[in-house]
Design a protein around this ligand. Sequence first.
Ligand SMILES: *[C@@H]1O[C@H](CO)[C@@H](O)[C@H](O)[C@H]1NC(C)=O
Ligand SMILES: *[C@@H]1O[C@H](CO)[C@@H](O)[C@H](O)[C@H]1NC(C)=O
Ligand SMILES: *[C@@H]1O[C@H](CO)[C@@H](O)[C@H](O)[C@H]1NC(C)=O
Ligand SMILES: *[C@@H]1O[C@H](CO)[C@@H](O)[C@H](O)[C@H]1NC(C)=O
Length: 315
Amino acid sequence: MISGLIKSLFPLLLYFTINYSCSLSTPLNASMYSVNMKHILKWSLLQASCSTVNYSVQFQGEYELYNLNGTWVDAYHCQEICENRCDLTHDLASNSDYNIRIKTNCDGRKLLTNLPTTFNRRDTVLLVPKMTVNVKEDPIQVGFSTTLSDMTVNLEVWKEGDEQNALIHVVRAYPYHISIAAHRGKEKMCFKAEALVEAINKSCSIDTQCVIIPKQTTDFMRPVMVSIAVVVAVTVAFILGWLATHFGPQIKQTICHRETIPNVLLDDWPTRTPIFCTDVSLEPTNQVLLLLPAQHQCTAVHLGGNGLSEVKCRT
Ligand SMILES: *[C@@H]1O[C@H](CO)[C@@H](O)[C@H](O)[C@H]1NC(C)=O
Ligand SMILES: *[C@@H]1O[C@H](CO)[C@@H](O)[C@H](O)[C@H]1NC(C)=O
Ligand SMILES: *[C@@H]1O[C@H](CO)[C@@H](O)[C@H](O)[C@H]1NC(C)=O
Ligand SMILES: *[C@@H]1O[C@H](CO)[C@@H](O)[C@H](O)[C@H]1NC(C)=O
């Protein structure tokens, strides 16, 4: 009796068990993360056993909803993907309220999950950029840690205590350069900025920074340094030239390691004998061996009949 009941219920139990495990009734937990105009859709992974599972994302703006009979547009980069995230930055390109859904395909069975609320890119979170003021260079540089493609920064610059006369710069290229050389070394300059993303008419303000612009030493130091360098170069060149013309032979002697010859040996030679550091004798020579007290041996070579002689030393 009982076994008969179990026997008859078993196929039913089996049917429910199989259907429950394979049913795709549990929706995915989907949410949109949008920061600085970058829109990322994320969802939980499907909690069902499938041999292959993949996801496709579709969206529908007000135009599709009201003008195209509620058609859905495929997110170009997110069709039959395996990961559970989709970058919709380029798809959600107007200030429209978008419906977004994820189609899950588990071995051919399908599950549709809608994002619980519509998404409008005006909901994006703008992170306040960090402003850096570099006063060492001239012109000074004002940089921002994040710059979005359609971001405009309205930069206010004023002398400390004179904010009502602030100059407003509209910054579109980064880093921004400002020439305020006139204020160098005099007073503190203050900088405040507001970053505006025009496409969504949303802005955030960047805190005021007041900095002393140091007097730039290079302004007057540069010509002085150049002058000093020129004077030094000219002086060195002059000294070298003078040394070369006056001490040329001596320098050559040093290179040849010529030892001093006792006066006795030099007495017979013509005074002011030019000495050449060369081994090449172009004319026939006759050699005279000079015996020296030191361990160096020198050979005086008379070059032909012109009275010139050469001294060669060996250790
Ligand atoms: C869905 O995701 C959100 C954000 O990640 C989380 O706070 C929430 O607990 C999740 N809910 C479920 C049912 O997983
Ligand atoms: C919208 O759908 C209706 C009925 O479903 C149909 O009659 C109409 O032609 C459709 N319009 C467009 C633009 O597809
Ligand atoms: C996605 O899943 C379906 C069924 O599970 C499968 O037929 C299809 O080939 C998968 N697509 C990719 C790109 O893997
Ligand atoms: C932008 O927003 C400001 C207020 O935040 C508003 O006064 C202005 O009209 C808006 N401009 C546009 C074009 O929507």
